[in-house]
Design a protein around this ligand. Structure first.
Ligand SMILES: NC(=O)C1=CN([C@@H]2O[C@H](COP(=O)(O)OP(=O)(O)OC[C@H]3O[C@@H](n4cnc5c(N)ncnc54)[C@H](OP(=O)(O)O)[C@@H]3O)[C@@H](O)[C@H]2O)C=CC1
Ligand SMILES: Nc1nc(=O)c2c([nH]1)NC[C@@H]1CN(c3ccc(C(=O)N[C@@H](CCC(=O)O)C(=O)O)cc3)C=[N+]21
Length: 284
């Protein structure tokens, strides 16, 4: 079987059109959604991602603030900037690009973002709300994964979904959202035994490991939906997913590419969250 491609780029364009329409409607009511993105340091990959987010904002008619701080910024200085944006009524969403330099405590920074401006969905309040199924900002990467799975038309309820990875920003919330969609969920990690067999029983497989080509065709159930979250830059300078695309595509029914898969969808979901933050600010 040769898998069909889940076109992340095309789907992302559709989501951004939705965000653009909603932005238009908000502007007509006198409110322009605004996202502040803070990048500390010069990490080249982070610079690319941040540039992407700023471009997406422009495409959607969303205002953006691109805040670049030097590597040696102290935690107190960064907290002060976050507080300033937290108190600025013109700013609806705050995103602090991760990872932060080692001398800054990520948790302290994330905790300083008010939940109503936490468009990444990383703050404890949003994580807790997601867990109990209350309205919240869903984390962009996992929400993008769900939307990609749904785009295939393969129903999620009752399916065995396997997530490889349990990070707070990808693996864990992806598993939680799949559970909320009534999948039967298994979470795998570096201590998991029989990983190959568990993966090979997955109707839906989400790979968020951070190792290029980690998931090979022999780990995939024929006809599965395979979502590759991994973004690994190889020695060749190219991006590689966590899934070995060639062998996986021989087994899967649906598969996401890297690049052009989950990455662009992540950014598109961020636009929707930003518009939602502006709408909630207006209603308040
Ligand atoms: N497309 C997008 O928008 C995004 C992509 N990414 C990419 O997704 C990938 C994962 O990111 P992130 O979750 O932040 O990464 P982390 O490094 O935080 O988490 C990796 C997870 O993979 C698990 N793992 C590592 N090695 C193995 C192994 N041999 N067998 C089974 N499990 C293993 C780890 O297990 P343990 O917990 O036991 O250590 C951990 O839970 C990266 O490539 C990252 O670049 C990330 C964010 C957004
Ligand atoms: N606070 C915070 N929120 C995040 O959402 C966040 C973060 N920090 N830190 C890093 C990870 C990673 N991440 C990506 C988003 C888009 C692409 C993306 O658009 N990738 C393109 C390629 C881009 C390129 O050429 O490098 C693609 O896959 O096609 C990749 C990775 C968001 N993250």
């Amino acid at each position: 079987m040769e898998a069909k491609l889940i076109e992340g780029k095309a789907l992302a364009a559709e989501v951004k059109r939705e965000a653009a329409q909603q932005t238009e409607a908000l502007k007509a009511k006198g409110i322009t959604p605004c996202l502040a993105v803070i990048l500390v340091g010069e990490d080249p990959a982070s610079q690319v991602y941040v540039r992407g987010k700023i471009n997406d904002c422009a495409q959607c008619g969303i205002e953006s603030r691109n805040i670049r701080l030097p590597e040696e910024t102290t935690q107190e200085e960064l907290l002060a900037r976050v507080d300033e944006l937290a108190g600025d009524p013109a700013v609806h969403g705050i995103l602090v690009q991760l990872p932060l330099p080692a001398h800054i405590d990520e948790k302290a920074i994330i905790d300083a973002i008010p939940p109503e401006k936490d468009v990444d969905g990383f703050s404890p309040v949003n994580v807790g709300r997601m867990q109990i199924g209350e309205p919240c900002y869903l984390p962009c990467t996992p929400a993008g994964c769900i939307r990609m799975i749904e785009s295939t038309g393969v129903p999620i309820p009752g399916k065995h979904a396997v997530v490889i990875g349990r990070s707070n920003i990808v693996g864990k919330p992806a598993a939680m959202l799949l559970l909320a969609k009534n999948a039967t969920v298994t979470i795998c990690h570096s201590k998991t035994q029989n990983l190959q067999a568990i993966c090979a029983s997955a109707d839906i497989l989400v790979a968020a490991v951070g190792r290029a080509g980690f998931v090979t065709g022999d780990m995939i159930k024929p006809g599965a939906v395979v979502i590759d979250v991994g973004i690994n830059r190889g020695a060749d300078g190219k991006l590689h997913g966590d899934v070995d695309f060639e062998t996986a595509a021989q087994k899967a029914a649906w598969i996401t590419p890297v690049p052009g898969g989950v990455g662009p969808m992540t950014r598109a979901m961020l636009m929707l969250n930003t518009v939602e933050a502006a709408r909630r600010a207006m209603e308040k």
